[in-house]
Design a binder for this molecule. Structure first.
Ligand code: GA4
Length: 332
């Protein structure tokens, strides 16, 4: 996404929403140290209060981040015509401004990849010409390490919530048919933002993630915001060494609303480019998504109609980004 002139850039921006700048950098993001003996309780508390937390001491080597970030930038810095050869994200490939298939747009370009099986056949890799292997191994190493760490996190969460068996969540992510995906986002700087009267350009509009859990790592740029329970938007201070973890819609249902998926969005920066990498851990398509029996109090009823992940995903992919997608599945 190379910006040629101010007017061209503003043309580009014209469909993309802006919002008032939010000044509040939130100091209260819960931080969980994966090696803390109390981690399981802290994860539960963070997920209950915010549906979101920062994970430190996670054991994934920084080298995996920097290698993948460099590879991602190599791709995003290719000429637009080369990137376009990578194939549209239907569902996996390269996307430029368009998000989903229902008219949502953002100041973002991205690669969307399947995590099962390993990244082997993605058409977009051919644009790397002589270096597809380097990209492939950077993605695979990163995903493998992040998955392993995520399994541990959801097992701690299950422990903390006293879910039985302990692998009730992690087995869904470990399953070779798990419908998980991976996204590399690039939010180019938008210097012309100043011309928009100090407003912020929406990089990725507000939404919740449909899956069980999402694990994000970004470079040191700000932009990520979460919506607190009182509906205020707050900025998450960036930390390129840590992960940010989101509760997704499926986990909300599996905990019968005890944990809530967090609404979040990304604002573009005017001077620096943001790169983020997100693993979305989802269950197999055929899996029934319903409250886990061990979490239900005596006589408690599910807040949701029963559905499979395939049904939910199909419905989600027909929705607009900002929709409250679980609404369709709530019991009346
Ligand atoms: C949000 C979480 C993931 O990025 C994603 C997104 C997907 C897409 O970009 O194609 C969706 C969005 C996400 C939710 C609603 C639908 C589908 C765009 C959109 C408008 C890959 C996912 O699984 O759902």
């Amino acid at each position: 996404m190379v910006v040629h002139s101010q007017s061209a850039a503003l043309d580009h921006c014209s469909l993309i929403k802006t919002c008032k700048p939010t000044t509040s950098v939130f100091k209260g993001i819960p931080v969980v140290d994966l090696r803390d003996p109390e981690a399981k309780n802290l994860i539960v508390k963070a997920c209950e209060e915010y549906g979101f937390f920062k994970l430190v001491n996670h054991g994934v080597p920084m080298e995996f981040f920097t290698r993948l970030e460099a590879e991602a930038l190599k791709f995003f810095n290719l000429p637009q015509s080369d990137k376009d050869k990578a194939g549209l994200p239907d569902p996996f490939g390269y996307g430029f401004k368009k998000i989903g298939s229902n008219g949502d747009v953002g100041w973002v370009e991205y690669l969307l990849l399947n995590t099962n099986p390993q990244i082997t056949s993605l058409k977009s890799l051919t644009v790397f010409r002589e270096t597809p292997e380097i990209f492939r191994s950077a993605v695979n190493d990163y995903i493998q390490a992040v998955k392993r760490m995520t399994f541990e996190v959801v097992e701690l969460l299950a422990d903390g919530l006293k879910i039985e068996p302990r692998d009730a969540l992690s087995r869904l992510l470990r399953d070779e048919k798990s419908d998980s995906c991976f996204r590399l986002n690039h939010y180019p700087p938008c210097p012309e933002l100043q011309a928009l009267g100090g407003r912020n350009l929406i990089g990725f509009g507000e939404h919740t993630d449909p899956q069980i859990i999402s694990v994000l790592r970004s470079n040191n740029t700000s932009g990520l915001q979460i919506c607190l329970r009182d509906k205020t938007w707050v900025s998450v201070p960036p930390d390129q060494t840590s992960f940010f973890i989101n509760v997704g819609d499926a986990l909300q249902v599996m905990t019968n609303g005890r944990l809530r998926s967090v609404r979040h969005r990304v604002l573009a920066e005017s001077m620096r480019s943001r790169v983020s990498m997100i693993y979305f851990g989802g269950p197999p398509l055929s899996e029934k998504i319903a409250p886990l029996a061990s979490l239900m109090a005596k006589g408690e009823e599910s807040l949701y109609e029963e559905f499979t992940w395939w049904e939910y995903k199909t419905s989600a992919y027909k929705s607009r980004l900002g929709d409250y997608r679980l609404g369709l599945f709530e019991k009346k």
